[in-house]
Design a protein around this ligand. Structure first.
Ligand SMILES: NC(=O)c1ccc[n+]([C@@H]2O[C@H](COP(=O)([O-])OP(=O)(O)OC[C@H]3O[C@@H](n4cnc5c(N)ncnc54)[C@H](O)[C@@H]3O)[C@@H](O)[C@H]2O)c1
Length: 249
């Protein structure tokens, strides 16, 4: 098992990519603190299972991040992996993006990635080891229509990942980023639901991928697992596309 004895925190663990990552990490032997604001789903996912503890709250709340990281490290005596999968997408071009919407997307996607990574770094530095896996998007490299705040927030995640990788390589801590393409999750359904013609938007997006299909969240989770475990021991500051060839199409 690739995460035997390891302790991980996964934000956004109640749905989509975070949820698939939670299931894969547990199957690979990890002990996991599952973080999400969706308390009902989280408690349904965690009840009666060993090795997973729910942490219900808003990832943008600094006190919540500080508390969950400290409690997780105290409960299991270590913290090996941080996965920051919580995210939202609003879907507006720049001219119609309200400041409140911009701030909310940046807070959840970019600032919370910083916050949870920062708290993990403080524990991992003492141990001299750890792996942080952030989630951006292929749109951080390719650009994306009608989603200015989201695409900008994902660009920030890529740059933050590289910055952490560089600053903490000598401390034994790796930091890498996964770039999912359009992946069948509730977020993707909601984003097509905002389009004037959801079926046409869905078809446009599907055919934009070289492979002509959407990703599955378990496919992204396997890339996250690779970056989290020792199989990627010489990889840091990387951006790994899991996007069906979007960037080469
Ligand atoms: N699905 C895609 O097509 C796609 C593509 C590229 C990147 N991504 C990225 O992957 C990540 C996961 O997306 P997904 O598709 O699984 O989304 P999702 O909506 O299925 O799951 C996101 C989870 O994050 C949680 N969350 C959101 N805001 C939160 C907050 N403030 N505090 C606590 N929890 C919060 C939600 O409750 C939800 O459980 C996101 O960062 C997203 O931007 C997704």
């Amino acid at each position: 098992m690739r995460l035997a004895e390891r302790v991980a925190i996964i934000t956004g663990a109640a749905s989509g990519i975070g949820r698939s990552t939670l299931e894969l990490f547990l199957a690979e032997g990890a002990r996991v603190a599952a973080v999400d604001r969706d308390g009902d789903t989280l408690s349904a996912l965690c009840t009666g299972r060993e090795n997973v503890v729910p942490a219900v709250g808003d990832v943008t709340d600094e006190g919540f991040a500080v508390r969950v990281v400290a409690e997780t490290a105290a409960r299991w005596g270590r913290l090996d992996v941080m996965v920051t999968a919580a995210g939202i997408s609003v879907g507006q071009p720049a001219a119609t993006t309200e400041l409140a919407g911009w701030n909310q997307v940046m807070a959840i996607n970019a600032t919370a990635t910083f916050l949870w990574a920062r708290e993990a770094l403080r524990v991992m530095e003492k141990a001299g080891r750890g792996s942080i896996v952030t989630i951006a998007s292929q749109l951080a490299f390719a650009g994306g229509r009608n989603n200015a705040a989201y695409v900008a927030s994902k660009g920030a995640v890529v740059s933050l990942t590289r910055s952490i990788a560089l600053d903490y390589a000598a401390s034994g801590i790796r930091c890498n980023c996964v770039l999912p393409g359009a992946t069948e999750t509730p977020m993707l359904q909601r984003s097509f639901g905002r389009a004037p013609d959801p079926a046409a938007a869905r078809e446009r997006s599907r055919t934009r991928h070289a492979m002509g299909r959407f990703g599955r969240s378990d496919e992204t989770a396997r890339a996250i697992l690779f970056l989290a475990c020792d199989e990627s021991s010489f990889t840091t500051g990387a951006t790994i596309p899991v996007e069906g060839g979007w960037l080469v199409a």
